[in-house]
Design a binder for this molecule. Structure first.
Ligand code: ZN
Length: 236
C-alpha cells in the first residue's frame, strides 16, 4: 500500500475544501441541477456526502469509546437520507455539509494512537482498523467533488490520491468477474494489472483518466489500438 494515514488525512482536508468551495454560494437553482451521478441531483449528492461524514463520525466514536456504533442504523437509512436531501432547502444542505465535515475533523483529531487501532466495521461489512476511516472519507470527498458537476475534474486531485485510489479499485475489481486488463498511466509510468478473464487488454492514458475510468466516471482512455477501453461494471 502506497498511502499513509497522514496522506489520507491530508486528502480529506483537500477534498473537503474543494467540495465546500464548489458549493459556496449555491442557492436553490444550482443545487437542483443534476449531479454527475445518474438519477441524483446535486442536492441528493450533497446530502450523501454530509450523511457519510456523520456515518464515519459513528466509526470514529466507536474507535474513541469502544462502543459499537455502525455507520448507518439500518440498510435503508443511507438511502432515506439521500432521498430526504432532495427536499431540504439549499442553505440547510450547505450548512449540514460544512458542519458534518467539521465534526468529523474534530473527532479524528481527538483520537489517540491506541484508539486509531480499534477495529470497526464499514457499511460494506469489512472489518478494518479506524486508521482506514480517513481513507474512506478522502475517497468520498475527492471523487464526489468531481461528481458535483461543478467543473472539477480528476486532474484537479493530487496525483498521490489518484494512485492510491487506482490501487484500491484495481484490488476490489480483481475479486469480481470481468475482463483482464493492464493499465498504464502515460504521464507517471504507473502500471496496474487487473486480474480477470481472457487475454489482458492494454489500456493507457494519463493517470487522471485511468482513475476516472477505473471508478466508472467519464474518461478519455483507450485500448492500445485506439479503440474505446472496455466497459467496466459499476464500482461501489
Ligand atoms: Zn459516496
Amino acid at each position: 500500500m502506497r498511502r499513509t494515514v497522514d496522506d489520507a488525512r491530508r486528502w480529506v482536508d483537500f477534498g473537503t475544501e474543494l467540495t465546500l468551495k464548489a458549493v459556496a454560494g449555491w442557492g436553490e437553482p444550482e443545487m437542483g441541477l443534476p449531479s454527475g451521478l445518474p438519477g441524483w441531483t446535486r442536492k441528493n449528492l450533497i446530502a450523501h456526502i454530509a450523511g457519510n461524514a456523520d456515518a464515519l463520525g459513528n466509526l470514529t466514536h466507536w474507535a474513541a469509546t469502544g462502543e459499537r456504533t455502525p455507520m448507518y442504523s439500518s440498510p435503508d437509512q443511507r438511502a432515506a437520507d439521500i432521498e430526504a436531501g432532495a427536499h431540504r432547502p439549499a442553505h440547510a444542505l450547505s450548512g449540514w455539509l460544512r458542519e458534518s465535515a467539521e465534526r468529523l475533523a474534530t473527532a479524528m483529531a481527538g483520537l489517540r494512537a491506541s484508539q486509531w487501532r480499534t477495529e470497526v466495521v464499514t457499511a460494506q461489512g469489512r472489518t478494518v482498523p479506524a486508521t482506514e476511516v480517513p481513507w474512506l472519507r478522502a475517497r468520498e470527498v475527492c471523487v464526489h467533488a468531481v461528481d458535483l458537476a461543478a467543473g472539477i475534474g480528476f486532474t484537479d486531485l493530487p496525483a498521490g490520491f489518484l494512485t492510491a485510489l487506482s490501487d484500491d479499485v484495481v484490488g476490489k475489481r480483481g475479486t469480481v468477474p470481468g475482463q483482464a486488463l493492464t493499465l498504464t498511466a502515460t504521464d507517471t509510468g504507473d502500471r496496474w494489472h487487473l486480474a480477470g478473464e481472457g487475454t489482458p487488454i492494454a489500456v493507457s492514458g494519463p493517470l487522471a483518466g485511468i482513475t476516472a475510468y477505473l471508478t466508472g466516471r467519464p474518461h478519455g482512455v483507450t485500448a492500445a489500438d485506439g479503440s474505446p477501453a472496455p466497459r467496466l461494471a459499476a464500482w461501489l
